[in-house]
Design a protein around this ligand. Structure first.
Ligand code: 13P
Ligand code: SF4
Length: 364
């Protein structure tokens, strides 16, 4: 077997950031319209400046599907987002992710084997009841394909309420994975009590730890998964922020646990949080419960408002942060030199089924 040496190497650790930035821009400019760069709001400043489009995962999924002529989609985000872009891309396009190790803690909380086993147990225990599977965008392409195959859909934090309403109009119950918290917050938006949705614990072998009668009576079954960033926020932190400044306006992401969302003034997707920070009047004091990179950018973007993170010492999403300037420089330089690196390519049949589920979401 012959191996060819890569055209470009990862920049040496000694290269100053300013030089990397120059090199990355040079490569980006050389690529021109052949490439489009999509960036999620949690990306660091050192890379987000290269994004042609920024957005939450819903907007980026739509944008990935939009009519762009670019043959290369460079994704600044995490793996599941790049996979969704690959599923929705046009023929002839290629999706690349500057670091293939940029995963998502939450997405890793559910895998196809455990979900399929749960589904088989659940449907066997519920004869005559139609369960509609819904997966959060933060999940692997195989899980999106699974819900596509079983008449379900994908949803994001920006359209979860609509997706739940749709699923409940299609069937008797919704099975939502992998985020318990987004699921509970969405069920509450539909008027349910926080304790009403059942939680399927994949670590408990029989029926996820649930009683058959409870399962038969339930409308919402949630997977026991969570985001390690958003579960670091607490209702106590909200109370402390209010004690420090009684006029403060608190906005959190719906991946936060229910007590945090209840204590906050409002919750919504990253795109929603950005819009609300724009809309609130000058002089407002705003505390935001989501990834620190985004909050810090909002703070700088609105010097006429006092914007802070609900927990200033929080660790930013480490997997999002794997996309950094050295890797982006390497990726862009490789692409400009004609070497297509770090391709994210979903298996054809998986992509066909996943597309069904994503199309159902986009049609909502
Ligand atoms: P958004 O869809 O709100 O951007 O959220 C994605 C995400 O990963 C939040 O943790
Ligand atoms: Fe995943 Fe949480 Fe990071 Fe979002 S913030 S990408 S849900 S680990």
């Amino acid at each position: 077997m012959t191996t060819t040496a890569p055209v470009c190497a990862l920049p040496d650790a000694g290269v100053p950031l300013a030089e990397l930035r120059e090199r990355a821009w040079e490569a980006r400019t050389a690529l021109g319209d052949r490439a489009v760069v999509l960036g999620h709001h949690y990306q660091k400043d050192e890379v987000i400046e290269f994004a042609d489009v920024t957005g939450d995962s819903f907007l980026l999924a739509r944008r990935g599907a939009a009519a762009t002529e670019a043959e290369l989609i460079v994704f600044l985000g995490v793996y599941f987002m790049a996979e969704a872009a690959d599923v929705l891309k046009s023929p002839g396009q290629t999706v690349v992710l500057p670091d293939l190790g940029a995963g998502c803690h939450l997405a890793e909380c559910a895998d196809i084997f455990t979900v399929r086993d749960a589904w088989d147990q659940m449907t066997a225990a519920l004869p005559g009841r139609r369960v509609v599977p819904l997966t959060y965008m933060n999940s692997g392409a195989d899980l999106k394909a699974f819900v596509g195959e079983h008449g379900g859909a994908v949803c994001t934090s920006g359209n979860a309420e609509r997706a739940f309403r749709w699923a409940l109009s299609e069937g008797d119950a919704v099975f939502f994975f992998p985020d318990e918290h987004l699921g509970r917050n969405t069920a509450c938006r539909l008027g349910m009590a926080p304790g009403e949705p059942l939680v399927w614990n994949p670590r408990l072998a029989a029926l996820g730890g649930l009683a058959e009668e409870a399962l038969a009576a339930s409308q919402v079954i949630l997977w026991k998964g969570f985001c390690n960033v958003h579960t670091a926020f607490t209702a106590r932190q909200v109370a402390e922020a209010r004690a420090a400044d009684p006029g403060v306006h608190v906005i959190v992401h719906p991946e936060c646990p229910r007590p945090v969302v209840e204590a906050a003034d409002e919750d919504g997707s990253t795109e929603y949080i950005i819009r609300r920070c724009e809309e609130l009047p000058a002089g407002s004091s705003i505390v935001v419960g989501t990834d620190w990179n985004l909050v810090n950018r909002l703070r700088r973007r609105h010097p006429d408002k006092r914007i802070s993170c609900l927990r200033e010492d929080i660790c930013p999403c480490v997997t999002m942060n794997r996309i950094d300037l050295p890797k982006l420089t390497w990726c862009l330089e490789s692409l400009a030199a004609g070497e297509i690196v770090n391709v994210v390519a979903v298996d054809e049949e998986m992509a066909r089924l996943g597309r069904l589920a994503l199309d159902r979401m986009l049609a909502l």
